[in-house]
Write a protein that binds this ligand. Structure first.
Ligand code: ATP
Ligand code: MG
Length: 437
């Protein structure tokens, strides 16, 4: 992409409305634009990152045996009346009346709709277990939308749902999602710790929130120090194996959100206790027959009797993750994207656009990188070098390739790593080899 053609409206000043760094940088880097309170448009740079995050989530869900579908944003009220949540959900739900005076709503979550789909299509235990997910916009009329896309009213969520015949099978589904979440967040360069969370009236221990440590996080959290250094399950993971020992290892050390904090643990842990704030990026939750019983979602069991389905739901805040990654990875100059989610891998900076030699050399490098499948943003604008540096640091591309008349004369180009700040002078070929290798 050529910077001169790209729609990237960056800002020089920190916008006054932003209270946390991710919101500031997302506005300054031209990633989002507010349309009304808690509702945002995603501009090309922001949308690019959002799609990268979505893709990582999708790959890890698929790998865990979860199948993607797509449910609508608008849902009928009657299924929510059936489950009993239509009244309970209160003012967070955006309720709409259509031209036929039918009550509809903008979905804040999808337990009812997926249960309705499932009960209409699956009649026998032989079709279980099933894990289904979608990635779709949600609307919750939050009392206090804030921190940009971190707590929006319209936001993108990945939500999965499991359907099983019995508790043991439901637990296997839960464990798959537990492991898939560890892998998903790690691939984005995040350390997200599974924390024992409130499981509501269902009780039990099958509710975990995944929190990324950040001072600006809205949740209070407590954990054993050593859990921060646990290894993430690698590519060799087989989701058909018994995952319980792995899950047990992660849950063997204390880690809890404020609702589940335990003073006795805190006293016992002493200086091994970490007290911090965190951003909730995911939540996995087993809720048994809550919806299947109220909505009559049953299958014929092995002995012909009707059995209500065992269910769980598993959410990830896709759009919130964009902010969470920035909170976890930035410096005073701007964002530092982990390579897996970066909108472009390389920012190519022409220090003297308009100079024939520099233009020619940069065009050549630009073409070579593109041909090698490397995503590159080429700053070809007729602007001062200083402004280009500031902009490129701000938008946080992992690598910068900087070429000007002096380097050209000496046959070298500068390669800068955004995260470490390390700069190398290399031959163009060596730099290209490094970026395409
Ligand atoms: P919170 O406690 O932050 O309100 P929640 O318990 O309401 O979250 P869930 O219903 O479990 O959230 O939704 C799944 C995920 O969706 C959350 O883990 C979070 O990452 C994300 N999410 C929830 N509400 C919002 C929001 N208003 N804006 C952006 N992301 C959100
Ligand atoms: Mg909420």
């Amino acid at each position: 992409m050529r910077r001169s053609e790209y729609f990237l409206p960056t800002l020089k000043e920190n916008p006054k409305e932003a209270q946390i760094v991710s919101h500031t940088y997302m506005l300054r880097a031209g990633m989002i634009r507010q349309s009304s309170a808690g509702i945002y448009s995603w501009l090309p740079l922001g949308f690019n990152v959002l799609k990268n995050i979505e893709q990582i989530i999708r790959e890890e869900q698929d790998r865990a045996g979860c199948q993607e579908l797509l449910m609508p944003t608008i849902q009928p009220a009657d299924i929510w009346q059936e489950s009993g949540r239509y009244e309970d959900y209160g003012k967070e739900m955006l309720r709409i009346t259509d031209r036929h005076d039918r009550e509809i709503l903008y979905g804040p979550t999808n337990e009812e709709l997926i249960t309705e789909i499932f009960r209409g299509s699956v009649k026998s235990y032989k079709d279980l277990p099933k894990l289904l997910y979608h990635i779709q916009w949600k609307f919750r009329d939050e009392v206090r939308p804030r921190f940009g896309i971190m707590r929006g009213r319209e936001f993108l969520m990945k939500d999965s749902y499991s359907f099983d015949l019995d508790f043991d099978s439901a637990k296997r589904a839960y464990n798959k999602m537990f492991i898939a979440y560890l892998r998903t967040f790690a691939r984005m360069g995040l350390k997200a710790i599974p924390m024992q969370a409130d499981s509501g009236p269902i009780g039990g221990d099958m509710s975990h929130e995944f929190l990324v440590l950040a001072e600006t996080g809205e949740s209070e959290m407590f954990c054993h120090k050593d859990i921060l250094d646990f290894d993430i399950p690698g590519d060799e993971i087989n989701y058909n194996d018994d995952l319980q020992p792995l899950v047990n290892r992660w849950t063997s050390l204390y880690a809890a959100t404020d609702e589940k904090q335990d003073q006795a643990q805190h006293d016992a842990l002493g200086d091994k206790l970490v007290t911090a704030r965190g951003i909730e990026v995911g939540h996995i939750f087993y809720f048994g027959k809550k919806y299947s019983e109220s909505m009559n979602a049953v299958v014929a069991g092995p002995d012909g009797e009707n059995v209500a389905l065992e269910m769980g739901s598993y959410g990830i805040g896709v759009s919130r993750l964009v902010g969470a990654i920035i909170e976890a990875s930035h410096d005073d100059d701007g964002i530092i994207w982990p390579e897996e989610v970066a909108p472009f891998k390389v920012g190519l900076i022409n220090l003297r656009s308009g100079d024939d030699e520099c233009d020619k050399a940069c065009e050549d490098i630009y073409a070579k990188l593109q041909n090698a499948g490397v995503e590159v943003l080429y700053d070809d604008r007729n602007e001062r070098a200083g402004g280009k540096f500031v902009d490129t640091d701000l938008i946080g591309l992992p690598w910068q390739l900087i070429l000007g008349p002096r380097g050209l004369k000496n046959g070298v180009i500068e390669l800068k790593n955004r995260a470490s700040g390390d700069r190398d002078e290399l031959s163009v070929d060596a730099a290209l080899a490094k970026l395409t290798g």
